[in-house]
Design a protein around this ligand. Structure first.
Ligand SMILES: Cc1cc2nc3c(=O)[nH]c(=O)nc-3n(C[C@H](O)[C@H](O)[C@H](O)COP(=O)(O)O)c2cc1C
Length: 234
């Protein structure tokens, strides 16, 4: 072995941790995971206990640790309206996903020495915002976020709540000051959305932008008013 090679193996898996907390917005999480896989990235997935309720509510899926691959496959196949879409997430893409139970505090992402590129919390509940801002580490999702901050890796927090209390606003400022990118799940209407999925993909695209991951999720602003309403390519 060459000196130092062990520390810089080119083939070393270095995924993004995707944390799904219990805020409304599970379609955002599905779109971000699809986008990461489409870009050839690896994903380490953490689904909080509370997010199983939002997932059940928004998709009808009872997410099970023991059957996560089947449940994730089904989730990723759904559009923002909760109906099956023609999303192409095959076995090769799913093989790039590693799943960690939210209660598993011995999981890889709970240590800074576990190689990851960073973490995307999509959607982020206000409880999650509070926990990460305070460094509570009450579950793997919050611990992985604290690790991401202490290791100075990118952390994107797609908070979903409205209105926001002063308490949450102060916690979001604390996260910003700690180096996180606070990215409200706040769709825009300049990109020519015609379906709910377009609005979801806009937010997912902004999350991927913040992570530096290429995607084709939305039409970028080109400096022309009304450009989003013009036919694509004109
Ligand atoms: C159907 C449903 C929707 C919810 N939507 C939100 C939401 O949009 N934003 C939020 O901050 N909390 C929301 N909650 C509350 C969180 O799930 C709750 O605060 C929970 O403790 C979050 O835990 P977690 O951060 O560990 O996932 C919702 C709960 C349910 C059951």
């Amino acid at each position: 072995m060459e000196p130092y090679e062990h520390a810089t193996q080119r083939s070393e898996r270095r995924p993004w941790v995707v944390g799904v907390s219990g805020a409304s917005g599970t379609p955002y999480a599905a779109a971000v995971v699809r986008g990461l896989l489409a870009a050839g990235e690896g994903v380490d997935l953490v689904v909080s206990r509370a997010s199983r309720l939002t997932l059940l509510d928004e998709t009808g899926i009872s997410f099970r640790d023991a059957h996560w691959r089947d449940d994730l496959r089904q989730w990723l196949s759904l559009g923002a309206d909760g109906k099956p879409q023609a999303f192409d997430v095959g076995d090769a893409e799913l093989a790039r996903v590693r799943y960690w139970a939210a209660g598993d505090l011995a999981a890889g992402p709970s240590s800074g020495s576990y190689p990851v590129k960073g973490m995307l919390i999509v959607p982020a509940s206000t409880a999650c915002v509070a926990g990460v801002a305070l460094g509570l580490s009450k579950d793997l999702l919050q611990r992985a976020a604290s690790v991401t901050l202490k290791e100075r890796r990118p952390l994107v927090v797609a908070v979903r709540e409205t209105p926001l209390s002063g308490q949450t606003l102060r916690q979001l400022v604390a996260l910003d000051e700690a180096g996180a990118i606070v990215l409200p799940a706040s769709p825009a209407f300049y990109a020519g959305a015609t379906h709910i999925q377009d609005l979801v993909d806009f937010v997912a695209g902004r999350v991927l932008d913040a992570a530096g991951v290429p995607h084709r999720y939305y039409r970028r602003w080109k400096g022309e008013l009304g450009g989003g309403r013009a036919p694509e390519g004109s």
